[in-house]
Write a protein that binds this ligand. Structure first.
Ligand code: GTP
Ligand code: MG
Length: 256
């Protein structure tokens, strides 16, 4: 019984992002040390992972550099969700259900974001998720609900030669989210929502980031309690071993 209670309290991270971005492959790599072949996911799945000994965890902050006593690397659960548009309720459910969720890893295919369709698909999904986190934070100020969650945007497939470099993935996503925000706010006006005084607060509550701003930057999420980091890597890759995921491990360690 004790064991059961303990495993329930394991910290967890949620994997989400568009279909084909590499979420399930990343899950297999984090859980087993090597990436496995995957199929399009139709169900969420959870894997038990352990932080590699080369990665520092947030607990290490309290340890002296000279402390040589052995320590066990912390464990956590990684929850993979399907990226298909019709199956995203799984990700949203995991996001809104209580638990010891420590953060979100939003995986994007850096090659797909170089096409406008791929960029829009990623930005629309990311916009929806960031708005949920923003509202959750707004709500948590007046209730005892769970607080802020950090987001890692994993610019995956950096090994593919058509991939955009990480900095460009970030700025393109920001530009595209600004466009999505503009469209969605127009929708609000057209539908009449926000036209009456009573709904003005609603309009502001449905606006992602800095209210009324023309441009969007992930930094705007900070005042809404959402820390967004963008880091590049690749789960698969030719040569020099498989994958380059150290930055993502580092982020997991910091937030564990
Ligand atoms: P859904 O389950 O449909 O949401 O997709 P997913 O995000 O789980 O994608 P999945 O992990 O199944 O990967 C899709 C394809 O991308 C697979 O063929 C992977 O082998 C490939 N892939 C994943 N990561 C990388 C990478 O870093 N580089 C390269 N070249 N291919 C990758
Ligand atoms: Mg999958």
């Amino acid at each position: 019984l004790y064991r059961k209670a303990q495993s329930k309290e394991l910290p967890s991270f949620l994997l989400l992002g568009p279909s084909g971005a590499g979420k399930t492959t990343l899950l297999t790599l984090f859980a087993n040390g090597t990436p496995s072949t995957t199929h399009t996911s139709q169900e969420p799945q959870t894997a038990l992972c352990r932080l590699p000994s080369t990665v520092r965890s947030s607990e290490d902050r309290y340890r002296s550099e000279h402390d040589t006593s052995s320590r066990s690397q912390p464990q956590f659960l990684l929850v993979d969700t399907p990226g298909h548009g019709k199956l995203r309720h799984h990700a949203v459910t995991s996001l809104t259900s209580p638990g010891s969720l420590k953060g979100l890893i939003f995986v994007v295919d850096s090659a797909a974001t170089s096409s406008s369709a791929g960029l829009t698909a990623a930005a629309e999904y990311l916009y929806d998720i960031l708005l949920i986190l923003q509202k959750r934070h707004t709500h948590s100020k007046t209730s005892k609900d769970p607080t802020a969650l950090p987001v890692l945007i994993a610019a995956n497939k950096q090994d593919v030669f058509t991939s955009l470099p990480t900095g460009l993935v970030k700025s393109k996503l920001e530009e595209e989210i600004a466009r999505v925000r503009q469209t969605r706010s127009k929708g609000l006006l057209d539908s009449g929502i926000g036209m009456e005084d009573a709904n003005v607060g609603d309009e502001e509550g449905n606006w992602l980031g800095e209210y009324g701003a023309r441009e969007f930057g992930f930094g705007q999420m900070e005042e809404h309690g959402v820390d967004v980091r963008v880091a590049g890597g690749n789960v698969r890759g030719e040569g020099e071993g498989e994958g380059r995921v150290e930055e993502w491990w580092g982020w997991v360690g910091e937030n564990l």
